[in-house]
Design a protein around this ligand. Sequence first.
Ligand SMILES: [Zn+2]
Length: 152
Amino acid sequence: MSKARSIHSKQARLEADGETHRRDCECARCDAGFSPSEREREVAGRRVAGKQGRRAAERASERRKETARLKQLELALFFQQTNARADAEVQRLRALRVQAASDRRMDEFLRLRKDGLSVELALAEVDRRFPAAGPSGADNDNGQAAAERTNA
Ligand SMILES: [Zn+2]
């Protein structure tokens, strides 16, 4: 936006702060002797410096906040990945345990059949020795191990 033109042809020459008329300003006001005093220049300079300092401090604060936010995200992602890996490992071990239990049941069934038990009796015996692991049973092999020991 251009400054409103005065009735005089000469426009005000301003300092970098956009307000203070320069020493070599030849606008009507300055020509008439109303140019800023050295004191006013000093105050204006300090005001600009203060404003720049505050802006720099705000930018630094924003950068710190952004850095902290990114670190938080990174940390959250790290834990998320760690949890996902741990969950996958638990799933894998559960599947292995289910497979192992199934293998034990099959081994026992075949052994009992070889010993001459009928299919029905062998199945009943396997069920008695290896109670089918329910959802809670799969998470707790203490009970199963105890059952196997008492039946051995
Ligand atoms: Zn001026």
